[in-house]
Design a binder for this molecule. Structure first.
Ligand code: UD1
Length: 358
């Protein structure tokens, strides 16, 4: 088959890495990069570090409001899809690239496969939740990471071609952590000791674009006096500067850095004593490494991590964040495996045998 993978944002590059190896054993794959992420640290570094082939197309869409960004992607994707006529389009996760790819393909009657399907936070104020729901409802093959995701789809009447294949981000971690252990010098560079620091990431619109929330979160980091490594997303840097809190980090124990490469990131996560984040993927990675995760949101789609006690939701509440930094020390058993590291192989096996006619 001719398969088009549509990617554009950081988590999609991570998921593409294990997939590309399996897909290209049997199929002709083209990669279409929407250009949603374009800074070196947000895009190219992942292609280089994870040996992802150069995209066949880069649509160069860049940043913008949701309407502008998504519609420009669709206009450009339609042209490429009409020219390439793939048998199947693959999208993953919940970004604007995901929804643009799924809508563009389905309106051209091209079959769509969605990886990480069925995740729900049930918070429709988040753009990502809208992206997930719409993408699932126009997809033809739905690859889920967990049984809860399969059940979520069933509640919405989606039962055909739904498969629990495990989580593809766990494939990526398993395939790369030994390399990261060998190659990453990030602890040395930042003068950190194993389990002697916390890692933090913040980038969700609900936290960055809301002044009160962002100030609460950053002030909690500063007041905690903990050594917190904080790779700063460009959007977060922009808003911290606008709200006048960026410079205060310099006189604190928070170590602000540029966004990190995948290898440095998984290495620094594995060796952290705790993780503070509003990312979805990092919640999963924290769980995988058995590092306590403090999620700076009020809801999560990765509910298994909370159910097992390894993740606590604090939102942007300063006192809850501080309390969790001091006292959150889970030790319980983990019941969710997020698959066995073979999600990409499972996905391609299903694609190989499924009939796309009808
Ligand atoms: C996007 C996804 C989010 C995902 C995240 C991973 C949507 C709605 N959100 O969020 O689900 O978790 O990617 O990182 O798709 N910017 C740069 N350089 C870049 C990219 C972004 O400076 O290379 C800045 C711009 O100011 C831009 C802002 O970040 O306006 C937001 O970027 P955008 O791609 O819209 O969303 P993310 O926050 O990255």
């Amino acid at each position: 088959m001719k398969i088009a993978s549509i990617i554009g944002a950081r988590p999609e590059f991570v998921k593409e890495a294990p997939l590309v190896k399996e897909l290209r054993k049997r199929h002709k794959e083209i990669i279409i990069h929407t250009g949603q992420h374009y800074d070196y640290e947000m895009s190219k570094v992942f292609f280089d570090g994870l040996n992802i082939p150069e995209p066949d197309y880069n649509l160069g869409v860049g940043s913008g409001s949701h309407g502008k960004q998504t519609s420009e992607m669709m206009i450009k994707l339609e042209k490429v899809l009409l020219k390439e006529k793939p048998d199947l389009v693959i999208v993953s996760g919940d970004t604007n690239t995901t929804i643009a790819g799924a809508l563009s393909a389905s309106k051209l009657n091209i079959k769509v496969a969605h990886i990480e399907s069925g995740m729900r936070s049930y918070d429709r104020k988040m753009a990502e939740e809208i992206n997930r729901v719409v993408t699932d409802h126009v997809s033809d093959i739905l690859f889920c990471s967990t049984n809860i995701a399969v059940q979520n789809l069933r509640k919405e009447g989606i039962t055909k071609n739904v498969f629990n294949v495990g989580d593809i981000m766990i494939d990526a971690v398993k395939q790369n952590i030994a390399i990261a252990d060998r190659k990453s010098d990030i602890l040395k560079k930042l003068n950190l000791k194993t389990k002697g620091y916390i890692v933090a990431t913040v980038h969700r619109a609900g936290n960055t674009d809301n002044k009160e929330n962002l100030l609460n979160i950053i002030n909690a980091f500063i007041i905690s006096k903990e050594k917190i490594v904080f790779p700063v997303h460009p959007r977060t840097e922009k808003f911290m500067k606008r709200y006048g809190i960026y410079d205060q980090l310099k006189n604190s124990s928070v170590i602000a850095t540029k966004p990190l490469s995948y290898m440095d990131m998984i290495f620094i996560e594995k060796n952290a004593k705790k993780i503070l984040t509003d990312s979805g993927g990092i919640q999963k990675e924290a769980y995988f490494f058995k590092v306590p995760c403090i999620t700076l949101r009020n809801t999560t789609e990765w509910v298994e991590t909370v159910n097992d006690g390894w993740n606590i939701l604090t939102g942007a509440d300063k006192s809850k964040i501080l309390k969790a930094i001091m006292n959150f020390n889970p030790k319980g058993k983990q019941n969710e495996k997020y698959g066995d590291g073979n999600a990409s192989r499972n996905i391609v096996n299903i694609i190989n045998r499924i009939s796309l006619c009808s």
